[in-house]
Design a protein around this ligand. Structure first.
Ligand SMILES: [Zn+2]
Length: 144
């Protein structure tokens, strides 16, 4: 179980941005699976981060979000990606793959709708349009 897999999507993404923005000021390996680093926060503070890649939940950071808790914050992820750039590249590749699939899905539903509309007679088209306008209106009313 990697530290990345127990991080929230938001922390993983923000951690990646911190890694990209080179906010990890320094780091060193302190044990077989332990790394110690200084990570620049969003203001002027610098946080002290320790990650344990074998026992990710033992990782610590003294930022207000993670201090004293087992939360995987963006600073831990930033340090993880800085120590293991290959993991960062894989993470990014996964996100790009997901976005590609998402675009494909959107293209497919667009194609399906265009095909459907072209298959309709004028009468069918009018009825379909009336129905979807009614549905849209009901959705709006329901909303308020
Ligand atoms: Zn932190």
């Amino acid at each position: 179980m990697s530290i990345l897999s127990i991080a929230s999507n938001a922390s993983a993404w923000r951690g990646y941005e911190y890694y990209e923005g080179k906010r990890v000021l320094s780091w060193k390996q302190t044990g077989e699976h332990e790394f110690d680093g200084e990570v620049a926060g969003s203001e002027k503070q610098v946080y002290h981060v320790i990650i344990d890649t074998e026992h990710p939940k033992k990782s610590t950071c003294n930022c207000p979000h993670a201090e004293g808790k087992r939360i995987v914050c963006k600073h831990k992820i930033a340090l993880f990606f800085t120590v293991f750039p290959k993991e960062a590249a894989e993470y990014m590749a996964e996100i790009e793959e997901y976005e590609r699939e998402e675009e494909e899905r959107e293209q497919e539903s667009y194609d399906r709708i265009v095909e459907y509309v072209h298959s309709l007679s004028k009468e069918e088209f009018r009825n379909a349009l009336i129905n979807s306008l009614l549905e849209a209106e009901e959705r709006d009313h329901y909303h308020y």
